[in-house]
Structure formats: structure tokens, C-alpha cells
Write a protein that binds this ligand. Sequence first.
Ligand SMILES: Nc1ncnc2c1ncn2[C@@H]1O[C@H](COP(=O)(O)OP(=O)(O)O)[C@@H](O)[C@H]1O
Ligand SMILES: Cc1ncsc1CCOP(=O)(O)O
Ligand SMILES: [Mg+2]
Length: 262
Amino acid sequence: MPSDLLSPAHIAHALHQFRTRSPLVHCMTNDVVQTFTANVLLALGASPAMVIDPEEAAEFAAIADALLINVGTLTADRAVAMQAAIGSAINAGKPWTLDPVAVGALSLRTRFCQQNLERQPAAIRGNASEIMALAGVSRGGRGVDTTDTAAAAIPATQKLAQQSGAIVAVTGDVDYVTDGERTLAVAGGSPLMTRVVGTGCALSAVVAAFCALPGDRLINVAAACGVMKQAGEIAARNGNGPGAFEPAFLDALYTLNGEVQS
Ligand SMILES: Nc1ncnc2c1ncn2[C@@H]1O[C@H](COP(=O)(O)OP(=O)(O)O)[C@@H](O)[C@H]1O
Ligand SMILES: Cc1ncsc1CCOP(=O)(O)O
Ligand SMILES: [Mg+2]
């Protein structure tokens, strides 16, 4: 199935809507990326909140505009809280997004993600090995890192979208976003984005937030990928390494207007 390039105009429009609405985003994410994820959402103009107690997570999922479920440091207790939050988001008609970190070889997280595929996720965002493992066509990558290219994962991405009804985004040198029928390609970014922890996890939080916007969810999820690619490219231009990249990335997200910069 051929993919179309996402247009800069789509990114600019979605980003404008995003800043106007400032989605309240309930993030149930891993221990490694909490602060970075919150800072990425804040830089873009959203409101993140990390609520993890089972009782409170269920309450907050109904209040927030969107829910992120990231299994990077899943435990049995956290799985219970996440299940409660997903149920509450569904009852309240709020979109929830799955980041299947390191799914494949590890049993608890793989079981958790597979079971929750049936619970109408609005979006799923992962690297190529994660998406292929969740689609049942491979055993996963190397820990949290991919061992496959995004292009090689396109068929698995489309299969997963058809199975789950979610918009599925597989990321890498090029991101591909699909509803199982239409597939959009999002180019840009920088390899430096893989040398700073949390760019993928933060992207999933941004995808979750963009799912709260009105309009075509396929375009909105692709726009979320586009925003992060644009900021990554700008931040990498200073030519420094991962240490300087992180603050430059947050600054780029803060000042971005969605138009291509040359
Ligand atoms: N080689 C690359 N070139 C440009 N951008 C990349 C590259 N690899 C990853 N990215 C970008 O880095 C971010 C994180 O993606 P990825 O590394 O696939 O996720 P994860 O951190 O979950 O493994 C995404 O915005 C993606 O587009
Ligand atoms: C290193 C690590 N270990 C468990 S979760 C996590 C963070 C992964 O972040 P990302 O998927 O954005 O690279
Ligand atoms: Mg990841």
C-alpha cells in the first residue's frame, strides 16, 4: 500500500488547534521519562498530569482530555491502575493511546498490551520492533530499542490498525501513520533523537494529546509525529551532542509554528 507525505499545512493547522485547546493529558508512563514527557507537553502548550493511584487514575481519566498508557516500567500493580484508567476513559468517551515499550520477549507487558488491544485504543505509537511484535509478526527488539526499520514494519502497522481499530504510528528515520487503509509518511527528525532517552515515549504523549483534537484522527496523529520531527531537526542543527540536544528540543517545540524551516 503506497504512503502519502503529510503536508506542512496539516501540521501547522493541527498545532494551532492544539495550542488553542491546550489538552489536559493524563500520563501513565514509565519512571525513566516522567519529567521529559511533562516538559515536552508543556513546551507545546498542553497540560500534563501524572496520576497513578488506581482510584485516582480512574477518576482522572474521566476528567482529562486524553490518556497515555506507556508500559516501559510496568508492574503488576501499575497494570491494575492502568486497566482502571482505560475503563474510565472509555466510559467517559476520552481517547486513550498505547505505547508498547519493549513488547515482545517480556511476558507481563506483552500480555497487558495484547489484552488491551480489544479496548478501542485511539492510537498506538511504537518503534518498528514493538509494532511488529504487537502485530504478532516478530518477537520484539533489543530491550527498548528497535532492531527493525520503520519501512519493514509498514505491513505490520497496517495489520495492527485493522485488528485494533486504532491509528497506528510506527516511528524511525521516517514515521508511518495508518488507519489500516490510508498511510501517511512523515519525514525529518535526526538520528540524535535516538541518543536521548524518552523521545519516543514523549512522542506517544503528544500523540495522545493530539487525539483529543477534533477532525481527522489520522491527520492529527501524523501531525503529532511531524511536530516532533520538525523540533528534532531544528535542535540537531546546532551540531552538538545529546546533552545540548534536549534543551534545544524543548525550545524548538516551544517556538515551532509548524511550517517547514530551511
Ligand atoms: N534515524 C532517525 N532519523 C530521524 N528521526 C528519527 C530516527 N530514529 C528515530 N527518529 C525519531 O525519534 C523519535 C523517537 O522514535 P523511535 O526511536 O522510533 O522511538 P522509541 O524511542 O520508542 O524507540 C521519533 O520522533 C522518530 O521520528
Ligand atoms: C530506557 C527505558 N527503560 C524502560 S522504559 C525506558 C525509556 C524508553 O524511552 P524511549 O522509548 O522513548 O526511547
Ligand atoms: Mg519507545
